[in-house]
Design a protein around this ligand. Structure first.
Ligand SMILES: NC(=O)c1ccc[n+]([C@@H]2O[C@H](COP(=O)([O-])OP(=O)(O)OC[C@H]3O[C@@H](n4cnc5c(N)ncnc54)[C@H](O)[C@@H]3O)[C@@H](O)[C@H]2O)c1
Length: 338
C-alpha cells in the first residue's frame, strides 16, 4: 500500500458527500477516483476533491490503483461493484441497506469471506459512545423489550434520493431503507432476530403521491420482532407526518436499566433502578467521520476489530427488514433465516 490510503467511490450522490467531507480532512487518505453512472456527478466530485472521474467501474479499476472502495449505491444497484472489489481484493465499505436481493447478498458475503476480504457496512450508529455504553450494560442486564423507529414527513422530490426512495422495488420501502438503522441497533444491542410480523398502511400520503407519482410504498409500517434471546421489540416507520413531531427513537428496557435514545444523533439517557440519577450521553454529530476513521484504520492496519459491522453483518440486518416485507405481502409472521 502507498503511504496514503487511495480511496475510490462508486456512487457519488448524497451519502458519498457525507463521507467525503470527513475523508477529505484525513491526511493519510488520497481521494483517487469517482465513478457514477451520471458523468456530471462523478466529475463534480473529482473537481471538488481531486482524482479522476469515471462512468464505468471496470474502467476505473483498470485505470487506477485503489486500497479501498466506498460503494454508495441505491439498494437496487448492488452486485457488480461488490464482485469487482472482491475479484481484485480491494477492501470495501458499503452503505446500508447492503442490498435488496437475499440470494445476491449471501453470494457476495460468501465470496468476500472466501477471499478473506475486509468489508464494512455503513451502520454508523454502532460507533457512537452512547450505543457502546448501552451494549456494555445490556451484556450483563439483558434487553427485554425495545421500541422505536423513524417517523418523517412526506418525500417531495427536493433531493435526488427521493426519486428512487419512494419506489418499493428500488428502495425496499422505508422500513428496509431507513429504519434499517434501528433494526441494526436492536441486533447489535439485543442479539439476533428470529421472527417478524408486519402491518402496513397505504393510501394516506397524498402529499408524497402528488409530488412523486411513482410513490408506491407503505406510508407507515409497524413490525413486531422476536429475538433469539426471547426479548421482543416493536419498530415502526412513517414518511407521511407532514406536521412533524416524529423523528428517530429507540427505547430499550431491561430489568435494571432503561435506555432512551432520541434524534438522529442518538443522544442517550440512561436510567438505573434505585438511582435518581439520569446520565445523558450526547450523540456525535460527526459520526460519519468517526466511522470512516475506523474503516480507514482497519484498511491500514488489517485490524478487523475496528470495524463494527462487516458486510455479512449488514446482510443479517437486511434479512430482517426483507422478512418484514414478506410479512407485509403474506400477512403472516416470517422466520428470519440466513
Ligand atoms: N448511513 C446513512 O445514514 C445514509 C444516509 C443516506 C443514504 N444512505 C444510503 O446510501 C445509499 C445511497 O444513497 P444516496 O443518498 O447517496 O442516494 P443518491 O441517489 O443521492 O446517490 C446515489 C448515486 O449512485 C449513482 N448510481 C446509481 N447506480 C449506479 C451504478 N450502478 N454505478 C455507479 N453509480 C450509480 C447515482 O447516479 C447517484 O449519483 C442508499 O443505500 C442509502 O440508503 C445512508
Amino acid at each position: 500500500m502507498s503511504e496514503k490510503v487511495r480511496v475510490g467511490f462508486i456512487g457519488c450522490g448524497g451519502i458519498a458527500g457525507s463521507h467525503l467531507t470527513g475523508l477529505a480532512h484525513m491526511e493519510d487518505v488520497q481521494l483517487t477516483a469517482f465513478c457514477d453512472i451520471s458523468a456530471e456527478t462523478a466529475e463534480r466530485r473529482a473537481a471538488e476533491y481531486g482524482g479522476q472521474a469515471f462512468t464505468d467501474l471496470q474502467t476505473m479499476l483498470d485505470t487506477v490503483e485503489l486500497d479501498a472502495i466506498y460503494l454508495c449505491l441505491p439498494p437496487f444497484a448492488h452486485g457488480e461493484a461488490e464482485f469487482a472489489a472482491i475479484e481484485r481484493g480491494i477492501p470495501f465499505f458499503v452503505e446500508k441497506p447492503v442490498g435488496l436481493d437475499p440470494d445476491l447478498m449471501k453470494e457476495i458475503a460468501s465470496r468476500a469471506q472466501a477471499a478473506n476480504l475486509l468489508t464494512c457496512a455503513g451502520y454508523m450508529n454502532r460507533y457512537r459512545n452512547g450505543i457502546g455504553r448501552a451494549r456494555e450494560i445490556l451484556q450483563s442486564d439483558p434487553l427485554i423489550m425495545a421500541h422505536g423507529g423513524w417517523v418523517g414527513g412526506p418525500p417531495n422530490g427536493s433531493v435526488p434520493i427521493h426519486h428512487w426512495w419512494v419506489v418499493k422495488g428500488k428502495s425496499g420501502g422505508q422500513f428496509h431503507e431507513q429504519t434499517t438503522h434501528t433494526v441494526d441497533l436492536v441486533r447489535y444491542l439485543g442479539g439476533e432476530v428470529v421472527e417478524v410480523y408486519a402491518y402496513g398502511a397505504r393510501g394516506f400520503n397524498r402529499k408524497a403521491m402528488a409530488a412523486l407519482p411513482q410513490y408506491d410504498m407503505e406510508d407507515a409500517t409497524v413490525v413486531n420482532l422476536k429475538l433469539e434471546s426471547g426479548a421482543v421489540a416493536t419498530l415502526y416507520s412513517s414518511c407521511a407526518a407532514a406536521a412533524g413531531g416524529g423523528g428517530v427513537i429507540l427505547n430499550l428496557f431491561a430489568q435494571e436499566h432503561t435506555i432512551l435514545f432520541t434524534g438522529w444523533e442518538h443522544t442517550g439517557r440512561f436510567l438505573t433502578a434505585g438511582s435518581p440519577e439520569i446520565i445523558e450521553i450526547r450523540g456525535e454529530r460527526d459520526i460519519f467521520a468517526i466511522e470512516d476513521r475506523a474503516f480507514i484504520n482497519a484498511v491500514k492496519t488489517g485490524d478487523r476489530n475496528l470495524v463494527r459491522s462487516s458486510y455479512a453483518d449488514g446482510v443479517r440486518t437486511a434479512l430482517v427488514t426483507l422478512a418484514a416485507n414478506r410479512s407485509l405481502e403474506t400477512g403472516q409472521p416470517v422466520a428470519v433465516k440466513w
